[in-house]
Design a protein around this ligand. Structure first.
Ligand SMILES: C[S@@+](CC[C@H](N)C(=O)[O-])C[C@H]1O[C@@H](n2cnc3c(N)ncnc32)[C@H](O)[C@@H]1O
Length: 267
Protein backbone atom coordinates (compact mmCIF):
# COMPACT_ATOMS: atom_id res chain seq x y z
CA UNK A 1 0.00 0.00 0.00
CA UNK A 2 1.25 3.47 -0.80
CA UNK A 3 0.54 6.47 1.40
CA UNK A 4 0.47 10.20 0.88
CA UNK A 5 2.12 12.77 3.15
CA UNK A 6 -0.66 12.56 5.75
CA UNK A 7 -0.16 8.82 6.03
CA UNK A 8 -3.46 7.99 4.38
CA UNK A 9 -3.56 5.29 1.72
CA UNK A 10 -3.18 6.86 -1.69
CA UNK A 11 -6.16 6.03 -3.89
CA UNK A 12 -4.83 7.92 -6.89
CA UNK A 13 -1.81 5.62 -7.20
CA UNK A 14 -3.97 2.56 -7.77
CA UNK A 15 -6.21 3.90 -10.48
CA UNK A 16 -6.19 2.00 -13.72
CA UNK A 17 -3.90 -0.70 -12.38
CA UNK A 18 -6.16 -3.61 -13.39
CA UNK A 19 -8.51 -2.31 -16.00
CA UNK A 20 -11.65 -3.91 -14.50
CA UNK A 21 -11.92 -1.34 -11.72
CA UNK A 22 -11.80 -3.92 -8.92
CA UNK A 23 -8.35 -3.00 -7.69
CA UNK A 24 -9.36 0.62 -7.47
CA UNK A 25 -12.37 -0.45 -5.38
CA UNK A 26 -10.13 -2.39 -2.98
CA UNK A 27 -7.89 0.62 -2.54
CA UNK A 28 -10.93 2.82 -1.97
CA UNK A 29 -12.12 0.53 0.78
CA UNK A 30 -8.65 0.70 2.36
CA UNK A 31 -8.85 4.47 2.24
CA UNK A 32 -12.31 4.40 3.78
CA UNK A 33 -11.08 2.24 6.65
CA UNK A 34 -8.19 4.64 7.15
CA UNK A 35 -10.56 7.64 7.25
CA UNK A 36 -12.83 5.93 9.80
CA UNK A 37 -9.87 5.09 12.03
CA UNK A 38 -8.50 8.61 11.73
CA UNK A 39 -11.75 10.31 12.75
CA UNK A 40 -12.58 7.81 15.51
CA UNK A 41 -9.11 8.31 17.00
CA UNK A 42 -9.41 12.10 16.73
CA UNK A 43 -12.66 12.19 18.70
CA UNK A 44 -11.46 9.56 21.21
CA UNK A 45 -8.17 11.37 21.86
CA UNK A 46 -9.39 14.95 22.02
CA UNK A 47 -12.95 14.57 23.25
CA UNK A 48 -15.85 16.27 21.50
CA UNK A 49 -15.27 19.59 23.28
CA UNK A 50 -11.52 19.55 22.60
CA UNK A 51 -11.64 19.43 18.80
CA UNK A 52 -10.87 22.71 17.01
CA UNK A 53 -14.28 22.82 15.29
CA UNK A 54 -16.24 22.53 18.57
CA UNK A 55 -18.87 25.19 19.12
CA UNK A 56 -21.29 25.31 22.03
CA UNK A 57 -24.01 26.86 19.87
CA UNK A 58 -24.08 26.53 16.07
CA UNK A 59 -25.06 30.18 15.63
CA UNK A 60 -24.33 30.63 11.92
CA UNK A 61 -26.09 27.38 10.98
CA UNK A 62 -29.21 28.46 12.89
CA UNK A 63 -28.97 31.92 11.35
CA UNK A 64 -29.16 30.35 7.86
CA UNK A 65 -32.19 28.27 8.85
CA UNK A 66 -33.85 31.49 10.06
CA UNK A 67 -32.93 33.73 7.15
CA UNK A 68 -33.92 31.11 4.56
CA UNK A 69 -37.17 30.53 6.47
CA UNK A 70 -36.79 26.76 6.52
CA UNK A 71 -40.11 25.34 7.77
CA UNK A 72 -40.01 22.91 10.70
CA UNK A 73 -41.66 20.31 8.44
CA UNK A 74 -38.45 20.14 6.37
CA UNK A 75 -36.31 17.03 6.44
CA UNK A 76 -32.72 17.81 7.38
CA UNK A 77 -29.48 15.90 6.90
CA UNK A 78 -26.34 17.04 8.72
CA UNK A 79 -23.49 15.69 6.61
CA UNK A 80 -20.35 14.85 8.58
CA UNK A 81 -22.29 16.17 11.53
CA UNK A 82 -19.91 14.53 14.00
CA UNK A 83 -20.83 15.42 17.57
CA UNK A 84 -22.28 18.79 16.57
CA UNK A 85 -25.33 20.07 18.43
CA UNK A 86 -27.01 21.35 15.24
CA UNK A 87 -29.67 18.62 15.12
CA UNK A 88 -30.30 18.95 18.86
CA UNK A 89 -30.98 22.67 18.47
CA UNK A 90 -33.22 22.01 15.47
CA UNK A 91 -35.13 19.37 17.44
CA UNK A 92 -35.71 21.93 20.20
CA UNK A 93 -37.10 24.31 17.56
CA UNK A 94 -39.65 21.71 16.47
CA UNK A 95 -37.92 20.04 13.50
CA UNK A 96 -38.93 16.39 13.53
CA UNK A 97 -37.22 14.80 10.53
CA UNK A 98 -33.50 14.86 11.36
CA UNK A 99 -30.65 12.69 10.07
CA UNK A 100 -26.93 12.80 10.83
CA UNK A 101 -24.41 10.96 8.69
CA UNK A 102 -20.78 10.64 9.74
CA UNK A 103 -17.91 8.25 9.10
CA UNK A 104 -17.02 8.18 12.82
CA UNK A 105 -18.92 5.91 15.20
CA UNK A 106 -17.19 7.69 18.12
CA UNK A 107 -18.62 11.03 17.01
CA UNK A 108 -22.11 9.63 16.47
CA UNK A 109 -22.13 7.95 19.90
CA UNK A 110 -21.18 11.26 21.52
CA UNK A 111 -23.77 13.16 19.45
CA UNK A 112 -26.47 10.72 20.51
CA UNK A 113 -25.67 11.30 24.17
CA UNK A 114 -25.77 15.06 23.73
CA UNK A 115 -29.06 15.15 21.81
CA UNK A 116 -32.26 16.05 23.71
CA UNK A 117 -33.83 12.90 25.12
CA UNK A 118 -37.09 13.23 23.23
CA UNK A 119 -35.54 14.04 19.84
CA UNK A 120 -36.05 11.45 17.11
CA UNK A 121 -32.88 11.48 15.03
CA UNK A 122 -31.66 8.97 12.46
CA UNK A 123 -27.94 8.25 12.88
CA UNK A 124 -26.05 6.88 9.89
CA UNK A 125 -22.46 5.73 10.10
CA UNK A 126 -21.18 5.90 6.54
CA UNK A 127 -18.62 7.49 4.28
CA UNK A 128 -20.52 10.21 2.44
CA UNK A 129 -18.42 9.62 -0.67
CA UNK A 130 -19.88 6.15 -1.26
CA UNK A 131 -23.32 6.62 0.28
CA UNK A 132 -26.37 5.67 -1.71
CA UNK A 133 -29.10 7.83 -0.13
CA UNK A 134 -32.28 5.78 0.50
CA UNK A 135 -34.44 8.94 0.43
CA UNK A 136 -34.23 12.65 -0.30
CA UNK A 137 -33.99 15.63 2.04
CA UNK A 138 -35.18 19.21 2.10
CA UNK A 139 -31.97 20.59 3.62
CA UNK A 140 -28.36 19.39 3.30
CA UNK A 141 -26.12 20.95 5.99
CA UNK A 142 -22.34 20.53 5.90
CA UNK A 143 -20.04 22.46 8.21
CA UNK A 144 -16.34 21.69 7.65
CA UNK A 145 -16.54 18.43 5.69
CA UNK A 146 -16.41 19.30 1.99
CA UNK A 147 -13.12 21.17 2.44
CA UNK A 148 -11.35 17.87 3.24
CA UNK A 149 -11.94 16.75 -0.34
CA UNK A 150 -8.74 17.78 -2.05
CA UNK A 151 -9.03 15.39 -5.03
CA UNK A 152 -11.29 16.40 -7.95
CA UNK A 153 -12.79 12.89 -8.15
CA UNK A 154 -13.84 13.05 -4.47
CA UNK A 155 -15.44 16.45 -5.01
CA UNK A 156 -17.30 14.97 -7.96
CA UNK A 157 -18.54 12.07 -5.80
CA UNK A 158 -19.71 14.54 -3.16
CA UNK A 159 -21.55 16.60 -5.78
CA UNK A 160 -23.27 13.45 -7.03
CA UNK A 161 -24.38 12.36 -3.55
CA UNK A 162 -25.57 15.89 -2.82
CA UNK A 163 -27.64 15.95 -6.00
CA UNK A 164 -29.07 12.48 -5.31
CA UNK A 165 -30.00 13.54 -1.76
CA UNK A 166 -31.52 16.97 -2.24
CA UNK A 167 -35.10 17.22 -3.37
CA UNK A 168 -36.31 19.86 -5.82
CA UNK A 169 -36.68 23.20 -4.06
CA UNK A 170 -34.31 22.00 -1.32
CA UNK A 171 -31.48 23.95 0.28
CA UNK A 172 -27.81 23.05 0.73
CA UNK A 173 -25.84 24.98 3.36
CA UNK A 174 -22.09 24.37 3.08
CA UNK A 175 -19.25 25.88 5.14
CA UNK A 176 -15.53 25.51 4.39
CA UNK A 177 -12.36 27.25 5.48
CA UNK A 178 -11.95 30.63 3.77
CA UNK A 179 -8.83 31.45 1.67
CA UNK A 180 -7.20 32.97 4.79
CA UNK A 181 -8.26 30.02 6.95
CA UNK A 182 -6.06 27.12 8.09
CA UNK A 183 -4.32 24.99 5.47
CA UNK A 184 -5.07 21.81 7.39
CA UNK A 185 -7.41 20.50 10.05
CA UNK A 186 -7.06 17.44 12.24
CA UNK A 187 -3.74 16.75 10.49
CA UNK A 188 -5.36 16.59 7.04
CA UNK A 189 -4.89 19.06 4.19
CA UNK A 190 -7.94 21.08 3.17
CA UNK A 191 -9.08 23.05 0.13
CA UNK A 192 -10.05 26.65 0.98
CA UNK A 193 -12.71 28.69 -0.79
CA UNK A 194 -14.18 32.14 -1.04
CA UNK A 195 -17.91 32.33 -1.71
CA UNK A 196 -17.52 32.56 -5.50
CA UNK A 197 -15.19 29.57 -5.63
CA UNK A 198 -17.47 27.46 -3.45
CA UNK A 199 -20.48 28.46 -5.52
CA UNK A 200 -18.57 27.51 -8.68
CA UNK A 201 -17.36 24.14 -7.42
CA UNK A 202 -20.70 23.00 -5.97
CA UNK A 203 -23.30 24.98 -7.86
CA UNK A 204 -24.27 24.94 -11.47
CA UNK A 205 -22.34 27.33 -13.64
CA UNK A 206 -25.09 27.53 -16.21
CA UNK A 207 -28.33 27.06 -14.32
CA UNK A 208 -30.58 27.56 -17.32
CA UNK A 209 -32.65 25.40 -19.59
CA UNK A 210 -33.67 26.35 -23.07
CA UNK A 211 -37.21 25.73 -24.26
CA UNK A 212 -38.39 26.08 -27.84
CA UNK A 213 -41.62 28.00 -28.16
CA UNK A 214 -43.87 26.01 -30.52
CA UNK A 215 -44.69 27.88 -33.69
CA UNK A 216 -42.16 30.59 -32.98
CA UNK A 217 -38.54 30.76 -33.87
CA UNK A 218 -37.51 31.91 -30.40
CA UNK A 219 -36.52 30.20 -27.18
CA UNK A 220 -37.24 30.79 -23.50
CA UNK A 221 -34.54 30.42 -20.89
CA UNK A 222 -35.27 29.54 -17.27
CA UNK A 223 -33.78 27.61 -14.35
CA UNK A 224 -32.69 24.07 -15.22
CA UNK A 225 -34.83 21.37 -13.59
CA UNK A 226 -32.18 20.38 -11.09
CA UNK A 227 -29.88 23.42 -10.97
CA UNK A 228 -28.19 24.22 -7.67
CA UNK A 229 -28.10 27.99 -7.44
CA UNK A 230 -26.25 30.01 -4.75
CA UNK A 231 -28.73 32.19 -2.85
CA UNK A 232 -26.79 33.48 0.17
CA UNK A 233 -23.26 33.61 1.55
CA UNK A 234 -21.36 34.98 4.51
CA UNK A 235 -18.01 34.91 6.24
CA UNK A 236 -17.52 33.79 9.82
CA UNK A 237 -14.48 33.77 12.06
CA UNK A 238 -14.76 30.70 14.28
CA UNK A 239 -12.83 30.81 17.55
CA UNK A 240 -11.51 27.37 18.53
CA UNK A 241 -11.50 26.08 22.14
CA UNK A 242 -7.79 27.06 22.33
CA UNK A 243 -8.54 30.61 21.11
CA UNK A 244 -7.30 30.33 17.49
CA UNK A 245 -9.24 32.27 14.86
CA UNK A 246 -10.44 30.31 11.80
CA UNK A 247 -12.16 32.18 8.96
CA UNK A 248 -14.96 30.21 7.26
CA UNK A 249 -16.91 30.76 4.05
CA UNK A 250 -20.59 29.81 4.08
CA UNK A 251 -22.73 29.44 0.96
CA UNK A 252 -26.38 28.41 0.77
CA UNK A 253 -27.72 26.96 -2.47
CA UNK A 254 -31.28 26.36 -3.54
CA UNK A 255 -32.16 23.59 -5.93
CA UNK A 256 -34.55 24.65 -8.64
CA UNK A 257 -38.09 23.45 -7.90
CA UNK A 258 -38.02 21.44 -11.11
CA UNK A 259 -40.56 21.14 -13.81
CA UNK A 260 -43.84 19.47 -13.05
CA UNK A 261 -42.83 18.75 -9.45
CA UNK A 262 -45.50 19.70 -6.96
CA UNK A 263 -43.69 18.76 -3.76
CA UNK A 264 -43.48 21.68 -1.34
CA UNK A 265 -40.14 23.45 -1.35
CA UNK A 266 -37.59 22.13 1.20
CA UNK A 267 -39.98 19.66 2.88
C1 LIG B 1 -14.21 19.08 11.10
S1 LIG B 1 -15.37 17.90 11.58
C2 LIG B 1 -16.90 18.82 11.53
C3 LIG B 1 -17.97 18.16 12.35
C4 LIG B 1 -19.32 18.93 12.39
N1 LIG B 1 -19.82 19.19 11.07
C5 LIG B 1 -19.20 20.20 13.18
O1 LIG B 1 -19.35 21.28 12.62
O2 LIG B 1 -18.98 20.10 14.39
C6 LIG B 1 -15.49 16.88 10.14
C7 LIG B 1 -16.46 15.71 10.33
O3 LIG B 1 -16.62 15.04 9.10
C8 LIG B 1 -16.59 13.65 9.31
N2 LIG B 1 -16.12 13.08 8.03
C9 LIG B 1 -14.92 13.25 7.45
N3 LIG B 1 -14.88 12.63 6.27
C10 LIG B 1 -16.10 12.06 6.10
C11 LIG B 1 -16.68 11.27 5.07
N4 LIG B 1 -15.99 10.97 3.95
N5 LIG B 1 -17.95 10.84 5.21
C12 LIG B 1 -18.67 11.16 6.33
N6 LIG B 1 -18.16 11.89 7.35
C13 LIG B 1 -16.89 12.34 7.23
C14 LIG B 1 -15.64 13.46 10.49
O4 LIG B 1 -15.84 12.25 11.17
C15 LIG B 1 -15.98 14.67 11.33
O5 LIG B 1 -17.02 14.40 12.23
Amino acid sequence: MTADRTGQPSEASSEGSRGDGSRGDERSSEARTWREGHWDATYANRGVEGVSWYQARPLVSLEFFDSLQVPTTSSIIDVGGGASSVVGHLAERGFGDLTVIDISGEALAAARERAPGDAVITWVRHDILCWNPPRTFGVWHDRAVFHFLTRPEDRERYRNVLRASLRPGGIAIVATFAPDGPESCSGLPVARYDAEELAAVLGDARPVRTTRVPGEGSTLRGPAGDALVPVASRREVHVTPSGARQPFTWVAFRRAPGTGDDSPATS
